[in-house]
Design a protein around this ligand. Structure first.
Ligand code: G1P
Length: 298
């Protein structure tokens, strides 16, 4: 695969998850036993991506620590004969990580621009770790294949309810052989003025020419430098494609999405799935019982 680098913006304030994110990065919130950002890194590794450029900010040091080795734990596991756990905690030791501080939260476009000095002149992925993909979803790999065929930027898109278009970058375009050729993009529009309900999801394959545009990009929605606006400008000079998500995606940056991801992942987790399923079935029964009692006026 030709895409070897990924940018992971992780400098956001995580306001949707306060107070949990007051001192803990939202990227470090766990789903079962792994933080959100680890799911993103594992997804990228499975596509042949080898280098990670993480855009961090204040209070985000836990991310660097997470991908580092932990000597105290190694010694403890060695002494107690639990060598298999050493492998688990050291899985990322050989992988290249670069960390750049985004000093001011000026938006996603600005976060991506911060990675410019580290990007070699090749296409790269941008992964937003609060969009968590089901492990059976090979979205990023499929997007890289589309990039390899078209040699143009590719963004992931998903149909969302019209009541939610104001939360996303929205595309306009025509479906051509399974992918959208994008003719317009707008960041978080009003439902009445939105060109469609096809939302950009947190996976992008971009080409380095986006940096020149980002350098000149003025603040857009919310006073921030928006990646969507820069991509719209790029679309004037080259094709940009929208790749429709086929599998399941969770918005784990949102409380309800996070809960759904936790439940679905727990049901697939070897260690807890059986007991958790039993608990859920009992819970569903008692909820059903309570709601039947309510409707009978008890
Ligand atoms: C960002 C992008 C938006 C995109 C979304 C996907 O918004 O600006 O275009 O649809 O990610 O998750 P954010 O969620 O950071 O506000």
């Amino acid at each position: 695969m030709t895409v070897k680098q990924a940018i992971l913006p992780a400098a956001g304030l995580g306001t949707r998850f306060l107070p949990a994110t007051k001192a803990t990065p939202k990227e470090m919130l766990p789903l079962i036993d792994r933080p959100l950002i680890q799911y993103a890194v594992e997804e990228a590794l499975s596509c042949g991506i080898e280098e990670f450029i993480i855009i961090t900010g204040k209070h985000k040091r836990a991310i660097e620590d997470h991908f580092d080795s932990v000597c105290e734990l190694e010694e403890k596991f060695r002494a107690s004969g639990k060598e298999y756990l050493i492998e688990e905690i050291n899985r990322f030791n050989q992988i290249k990580f670069a960390y750049i501080r985004q000093r001011v939260a000026l938006g996603l476009g600005h976060a991506v621009l911060c990675a410019k000095p580290f990007v070699r002149g090749e296409a790269f992925a941008v992964i937003l770790s609060d969009d968590v993909m089901d492990s059976e979803n090979h979205l990023l790999k499929e997007m890289i294949e589309v990039y390899e065929e078209k040699k143009c930027p590719v963004v992931a898109v998903e149909e969302v309810p019209w009541t939610e278009v104001h939360r996303y970058g929205i595309i306009d375009g025509v479906l051509e052989g399974g992918v959208y050729r994008i003719s317009g993009m707008v960041e978080k529009p009003h439902p009445e003025s939105s060109p469609s309900n096809m939302a950009i999801i947190g996976r992008y394959i971009l080409t380095p020419d986006i940096f020149e545009i980002l350098e000149r990009q003025e603040a857009g929605k919310g006073g921030e430098i928006q990646l969507t606006d820069a991509l719209m400008k790029l679309a004037r000079t080259k094709d940009i494609y929208g790749y429709l998500i086929k599998g399941k995606r969770y918005d784990a940056g949102d409380k309800l999405g996070y809960l759904k991801a936790t439940v679905d992942l727990a049901l697939k987790n070897r260690e807890v799935s059986k007991d958790f399923e039993k608990y859920l079935v009992e819970k569903a029964r008692s909820l059903e019982h309570a709601s039947a009692q309510n409707s009978m006026g008890f």
